[in-house]
Design a protein around this ligand. Structure first.
Ligand code: AMP
Ligand code: MG
Length: 287
């Protein structure tokens, strides 16, 4: 699959209307895409095993989206083949009192994946330039008043670029997914959550309140993605109206990023290989 369709090149101005949320490439149905997704999940598992054994790189996958875009489902399905020991998932909610008492990257830093691991962020530091901006929550944070200038969002975009560059220079590869959902499809999914008893728990009245800000969020996402898609930490805009296609593209991206690291199992020195022969002899000659 040609992933450049979804990748946001650095220094480009993103218009979400250029990224159709119902695009499905050559695939016409979930069944058609299923085989490829299964192959990708198996390949991811194989690459993760090497990532873990190599123990140098870490991969950080960041999922951002509006409500009901399918973040949880994408994480559940795409990661289903991974070894839980090498995977860490964090969901970032409204900051706690302790988190508010720190800079906004504090909780992010604490949750970064260890080397050899895949870290998954369900929401992230991007909430601090999205929900915080759309709802003007910054005033209720404990920032010194003199630092709350009009250019606070430019400052934060720059901080985020710097932070992600720092991560890349330390072997933590970040990949960012924006699940791009249409307003109509969001409505359908909310209705399903209300109608299907097994999905009722997923619906909250605040989802409807947030829906009223759909346009503002989209505008904000356009700016954030334009400002923070860089060559060391790229954004992918994933068509999310069809869950099965979103999952397929996400799996394709993850496989391609892991492949680009040229991972291999650690090579033993001649001395270590000789030692293995001795240990084998010892085991075989056990009485
Ligand atoms: P959910 O992911 O549906 O469980 O919801 C988590 C909620 O926490 C969402 O409404 C987010 O917008 C909100 N949230 C996450 N991070 C922040 C933040 N830094 N400031 C304010 N709200 C946040
Ligand atoms: Mg929610």
């Amino acid at each position: 699959m040609d992933l450049s369709k979804f990748l946001v090149q650095p220094n480009t101005k993103v218009k979400l209307s250029d990224f159709p949320s119902d695009y499905t490439c050559k695939y016409k149905s979930k069944d058609e895409a299923q085989g490829k997704l299964i192959d990708n999940i198996a390949e991811m598992a194989d690459l993760q095993d090497k990532l873990y054994a190599d123990d140098r790189w870490a991969l950080l996958l960041i999922f951002q989206a509006l409500d009901a875009a399918g973040k949880d489902g994408a994480i559940k399905h795409v990661m289903s083949g991974l070894n839980p020991q090498g995977t860490m998932v964090y969901s970032f909610k409204q900051p706690s009192a302790e988190e508010i008492d720190h800079d906004y990257l504090w909780r992010i830093n604490k949750s970064l994946p260890e080397r050899g691991r895949i870290g998954i962020f369900n929401r992230s530091h991007y909430e601090d330039v999205l929900v915080v901006r759309v709802h003007n929550l910054i005033k209720s944070l404990k920032m010194p008043k003199s630092l709350l200038n009009d250019n606070i969002w430019d400052v934060r975009h720059r901080e985020i670029r710097d932070f992600e560059k720092y991560l890349s220079e330390n072997g933590i590869v970040t990949v960012k997914f924006f699940l791009n959902l249409s307003k109509d499809e969001q409505k359908r999914r909310f209705l399903k959550r209300i109608e299907d008893p097994s999905k009722n728990w997923k619906f909250s009245a605040s989802d409807l309140k947030e829906r009223q800000f759909f346009k503002q969020y989209q505008k904000c996402y356009e700016e954030v993605i334009s400002e923070t898609s860089t060559k060391y930490s790229a954004w992918y805009i994933i068509p999310a109206d069809k869950k099965w296609f979103a999952r397929l593209v996400i799996s394709e991206v993850i496989v391609s990023v892991l492949k680009s690291l040229n991972l291999s199992y650690p090579k033993l020195s001649q001395e270590q290989i000789d030692n293995l022969k001795v240990y084998k002899e010892q085991l075989l000659n056990e009485k």
